[in-house]
Design a protein around this ligand. Structure first.
Ligand SMILES: Cc1ncc(COP(=O)(O)O)c(C=O)c1O
Length: 369
């Protein structure tokens, strides 16, 4: 079988060392003679793995002590209602930069007033809105930092947010250093840059919890929805109110160790990601048969790269897709709302993978012009 280059938008490829160590742990976890999926989550070896995983998060993102790091089930989509459940008293503000942001806002509407401060829906979310006003009396302001479907990204930590600041970082977490202090809460599904599907990370400032007084809906909070339930467990250095998804957490542990030890940390990861991304955008911009979809280059994501056939070559779309498949490219079909192509260059995608894609784009141009 030819070498395959996996550019799927998620779940993501994982480092091969991570796959190997996971296979070993599934057979025999921590030299116990029992497999990872069969151990009790209360065994000391597992408790150590949980504590180490949390410490890796703290080290890699420089997370201050006043924040808890939680590993929950349910995917980022469950956080869409867990966030307002924990933080929305009366009013919340959302920046609508894609369907995930829209879905997050929709869930919040059950809890109180939702103000959409700006939206780029008018242009299929091909830009990040600027110059909007965040109401100072909002309980929080919510953004989606990376818009997986459209290839736009807010690549910096905003200043001057007049209320609590909350971000869905599902598809760019651990791709760049983050100034965690600016946020009340950061959350996301692990399945892009930090592991497989099945575990959701939540980084939350614990002193901001338990402040829901004005609301009647879902108040008091169901136990599992209340971040304080899980935060209390973390304070005991256990973080296991119920049975955690041990397999995805183990993979996350190995992936974060890889970011720290093999790559050299999140700043080094960002340097590598920026290099991969610049290589591909350069080819998209150079190649006469393709054109990028994001309106302003400054808004381009370094994770998800979207492009379509250039005017005059629209009829070659299927031919390029077939050729790319022949060359071993996997997962480059664009989302149906954008069309064309999307290559996701998550952390474990290598320079060689990007070179192979560029080579395929260049050959296609040469053969079809
Ligand atoms: C930015 C963003 N937020 C949320 C989600 C939903 O995540 P989950 O499938 O973990 O619920 C996705 C999934 O792709 C995403 O890209």
């Amino acid at each position: 079988m030819n070498k395959v280059h996996n550019f799927n938008a998620g779940p993501c490829p994982l480092p091969k060392e991570v796959i190997e160590s996971t296979i070993n742990a599934i057979r025999n976890f921590d030299n116990t003679g029992v497999g990872l999926m069969e151990i009790s989550h209360r065994t000391p070896g597992w408790e150590r793995c949980m504590a180490e995983t949390r410490q890796l998060w703290r080290d890699l993102l420089n997370i201050p002590d006043e924040y808890e790091v939680l590993f929950l089930g349910g995917g980022a989509s469950t956080q869409f209602f867990t966030i307002p459940a924990n933080f929305l008293n009366k009013k919340a503000a959302y920046l609508q930069t894609g369907v995930w942001a829209k879905k997050a806002a929709k869930e919040a509407k059950n809890f109180g007033e939702v103000v959409i401060v700006a939206s780029s829906e008018d242009k299929t979310y091909n830009y990040i809105p600027k110059n909007y006003v965040i109401p100072a009396d909002a309980d929080y302001f919510h953004i989606t930092t990376n818009n997986t479907i459209y290839g736009t990204e807010i690549k910096y930590d905003m200043d001057n947010v007049p209320c609590k600041f909350i971000a869905d970082m599902s598809s760019d977490i651990m791709s760049r250093p983050v100034d965690v202090k600016k946020y009340a809460c950061i959350y996301g599904g692990a399945q892009k840059n930090v592991g497989p599907a099945g575990v959701t990370f939540v980084i939350v400032r614990k002193d901001l919890l338990g402040q829901i007084t004005d609301r009647t809906y879902m108040n008091p909070l169901p136990t599992m929805v209340d971040y304080r339930t899980h935060a209390a467990e973390e304070a005991k250095n256990i973080s296991m109110f119920n049975t955690p998804p041990v397999l995805p957490i183990f993979v996350m542990h190995e992936t974060l160790k890889w970011v720290k030890e093999t790559i050299g940390g999140v700043a080094a990861m960002n340097k590598l990601n920026s290099k991969k991304s610049a290589m591909l955008y350069e080819e998209i911009d150079r190649n006469s048969m393709f054109v990028g979809t994001v309106a302003d280059k400054a808004d381009r994501s370094i994770m998800n790269h979207c492009w379509v056939m250039a005017p005059g070559y629209e009829d070659k779309q299927d031919a390029f897709m077939a050729f790319a498949k022949e060359c071993g490219m996997v997962g480059i079909k664009g989302h149906r709302s954008v069309g064309g192509f999307r290559a996701s260059l998550y952390n474990a995608v290598t320079i060689e993978d990007v070179e192979a894609l560029i080579d395929c784009m260049q050959k296609f141009e040469k053969n079809n012009k």
